[in-house]
Design a protein around this ligand. Sequence first.
Ligand code: DC
Length: 226
Amino acid sequence: MNSQMIRIVTIDGPSGSGKGTIAQLLAKRLGWHCLDSGALYRLVGLLVHRASIGFDNAAKIAEYAEKMNVRFSQGRINLDDDDVTDLIRTETAGNNASKVAAFPEVRQALLKWQRDYARQPGLVADGRDMGSVVFPSAEVKIFLDASAEERARRRYNQLKEKGLDVNLRNLIAEIRERDERDRNRSVAPLKAPEGALVVESTDLGIDEVLEKVLEKVRSTFPDLVV
Ligand code: DC
């Protein structure tokens, strides 16, 4: 089925903006599929790390990205029969993902993976370039933002809750460094796509953000009851 005929909501934004949470909640409310595109970049970062390829070998990394053996099932992610769901969520995995994401060859290799997610009855896609590159014809485009300090604070609380020893200042520095790389790379830089509803979430709770997104979804698809 042509992805043009499938309803798509894209949610882009920087790390820690809450887009993953909002995308999952929205997909659940709508009964649609959900694409966490960052997980794909994180998986490629892990493969590179494990295979000791070197983070500068773009062609080889793209080859791995194309051929990786991944299975998403019931909220778990398996790479070659190894459950890596938690492993790809670390700060190191995020940084490695951001490095491999800067290569056009890698982004190209992951395009097909991502577009395959567009299935009936609809898709909520979360990432950095969902509305600009991967699904440019999506009917609803959201760009979720928040200050670096607030995003670091949210991450800090999440990690603390997991019992991890974290330093807020280091987290702010890491988030700034990752933002810098994601916003300034030459290919598919992180920015609000044309026509996107920009939601500044620094002072908003999850329910308030979700409500703003739902308003946009309702007005775009008036036949949906959500
Ligand atoms: O959303 P996340 O933190 O899981 O993403 C990890 C990294 O992957 C992020 O630093 C940038 C990259 N990424 C990307 O370049 N394009 C996407 N669509 C998703 C993630």
